[in-house]
Design a protein around this ligand. Structure first.
Ligand SMILES: Nc1ncnc2c1ncn2[C@@H]1O[C@H](COP(=O)(O)OP(=O)(O)OP(=O)(O)O)[C@@H](O)[C@H]1O
Ligand SMILES: [Mg+2]
Length: 292
């Protein structure tokens, strides 16, 4: 068996932290000496930009890889489009024209397995392949979930409680039914998490203590929001094997501006430390998997 792990980052709602989580986990894996490929399957190309690559300068991208399945388009394989990035993470980049692929995909029967097939060509070159997916329920997400061994679901405080997760498990259920492929969400990451207040999600005990002493008591609105987050977090913990909470951190935005993962820019930030822990858990999961 080839010793490679493929992970998809997914949630159909926009802005829940898929790209941020994908890139930062990639960075820590790279720092651990793993060879890592990030596959940008989102026409927004945020993973591409986040690794310091300007999509507008690219001649080839995932668009070409998907389109080569169709007659009349050049034969481009994933190896042809991969570019190195400043952090040492390799990238299969996206460009805006990826948006034009989806209508074509609906015209072929084996559309859901195209990415898995494309990745087969580079399995031997990497320890990890991380797939960033767009905020939709479309073909790119399905291709990502089918190609992946593990799925990481990202949720932010604005995620509309359970409806968001129910919709995603419907996709998992459909995939199981359609293709007999088992898709399970191993990890949930709560991003930009301010915490429910009971637990120091990213806030050290002393910092929390000082904050409580020096700030006035929470307003009724804040109490309500805290209560809502507490219920939501408990529900998420019931639904996933492992749940992580990445605190809100300005370092996240800064790293994205620099085109580097947080591991390579601000590893000691609170968000950096949580992404470190997530990466360690992913590596452990992988070892368990290998032992079976
Ligand atoms: N822990 C954090 N602290 C501060 N800002 C964050 C954090 N995580 C994510 N963000 C910011 O939130 C925004 C959305 O994050 P991100 O782009 O990762 O979400 P996404 O799920 O990939 O979005 P989309 O659905 O559009 O692809 C970004 O501007 C990012 O910088
Ligand atoms: Mg994204």
């Amino acid at each position: 068996m080839l010793d490679i792990t493929i992970v998809a980052f997914a949630h159909h709602k926009g802005g829940t932290g898929k790209t941020t989580s994908c890139l930062n986990v990639a960075g820590y894996l790279q720092k651990d000496g793993k060879s890592v490929l990030v596959v940008d399957c989102d026409p927004q190309a945020n993973a591409t930009a986040g690794l310091g690559v300007n999509p507008e300068t690219l001649e080839l991208s995932m668009y070409d890889v998907f389109m080569s399945a169709f007659e009349g388009f050049p034969d481009v394989v994933i190896n042809d489009i991969i570019v190195p990035t400043a952090s040492g993470v390799d990238l299969a980049p996206a460009t805006l024209d990826l948006v034009g692929v989806e209508p074509y995909l609906y015209g072929i029967e084996d559309r859901a397995g195209l990415l898995k097939e494309a990745l087969a060509r580079v399995r031997g070159n990497y320890d990890f392949i991380l797939i960033d997916t767009p905020p939709s329920m479309g073909q790119f997400v399905i291709n990502g979930l089918i190609a992946a061994d593990h799925t990481v679901v990202t949720l932010d405080p604005g995620t509309f409680a359970l409806r968001g997760m129910e919709a995603l498990s419907t996709v998992f259920g459909d995939i199981r039914e359609m293709l007999g492929e088992d898709v399970a969400a191993d990890f949930a990451i709560l991003t930009r998490w301010k915490g429910s207040g009971d637990r120091a999600a990213g806030t050290s005990g002393l910092a929390l203590f000082l904050k409580r002493i020096f700030s006035p008591g929470p307003s009724v609105e804040e109490e309500k929001e805290r209560e809502r987050l507490k219920v939501f977090e408990a529900e998420v913990r019931r639904s996933f094997k492992q749940v992580f909470a990445v605190p809100y951190s300005p370092a996240i935005y800064e790293t994205q501006q620099k085109g580097l993962p947080i591991s390579h820019y601000a590893p000691e930030s609170e968000a950096g430390r949580e992404y470190r822990a997530i990466t360690t858990a992913l590596l452990a999961l992988d070892e368990d998997h290998d032992e079976v």
